[in-house]
Design a protein around this ligand. Sequence first.
Ligand code: IPM
Ligand code: MG
Length: 357
Amino acid sequence: MKREFNIAVIAGDGIGPEITDAAIRVLKKVGEKYGCKFNFTDVFAGGCAIDKYGEPLPKASVDACLAADSVLLGAVGGPKWDTLPGHLRPERALLGVREAMGLYANIRPARLMPELAAACPLKMASEGVGFDLVIVRELTGGMYYGERGRREGKYGIEAYDTECYGTGEIERIGRVAFEMARGRRRKLTSIDKANVLESSRLWREVMHRLAAEYPDVEYSDMLVDNAAMQLVRDPGQFDVIVTSNMFGDILSDEASQITGSIGMLPSASLGDGKRGLYEPIHGSAPDIAGTGKANPLATILSAAMMLRLSLDMPEAADDVERAVSEAIRAGLRTADIAAGGPSIGCFEMASAVVERI
Ligand code: IPM
Ligand code: MG
């Protein structure tokens, strides 16, 4: 078994540095306990890279990510860079690194933690009904990577973006989702807009072909507008969701919000190999950056996903997740999940997790 891992760390902007520091402290503790070594390399991407190098994703940063066993990312972006042209915005760094690393599968779990049910905006939570779902979002295709441009049109200058998916692209994300469903409650919902979009009709055809290969998984299709509604009406009906890049972007924000604790949700982006990119679902929260108030748990749980999915350390992953649950159960809260009650800071929360590993 491998005992030394090289982790590229894109701390990024806003609260990024604080929350990645917290996750690094946790990984160091894991290293001590499980007898392995993590080497961390700082990588510049996003707004801080624009400030330092004049571009959101310098080639050296891409190379560092490609050379690592895995990548830990805090968050990128902030109001300071919001007025830059599209190709120079911090968000380009995310799209660029996903593409360069071939990370076509974005795994976004959304689970209602019983201890935090009070923060859930849905009535069902107060009635004791929970949910535990995973969104598998296609991450390197569709409209976010399609042909785009501007041209002269009937109403003046017009702009266009195109949604295009190939059979192989749909099949590989479909397989990730079917396999994921197999490891969970064996239920998969594919979300599309097949009543309107040709790309969705192909998506559905391919998913149906795959469904025949996975008879043990209960498969269904759902239109995206209905899915947006079902997610707030009865999220407990979902186990695994698979969908396109854009629909997944939108629905995963909705899913994270209904947990009431977006500061707790990790994510993984994977390709064909073992290497992945792990980041919290939330953004760079410029309003609280530098105040020490950020919730590091989503980033710490992202590190746990890295241990499980990329570094073959499932026990250590369980250990970190248990430590987080215990800290929550002990009543420790950062301000975002404290519902107005007493709270601790980012550093203290990380210490509470480290102590429990
Ligand atoms: C996300 C973000 C990004 C995306 C943006 C910042 C490019 O919204 O990770 O969901 O759309 O993928
Ligand atoms: Mg998003």
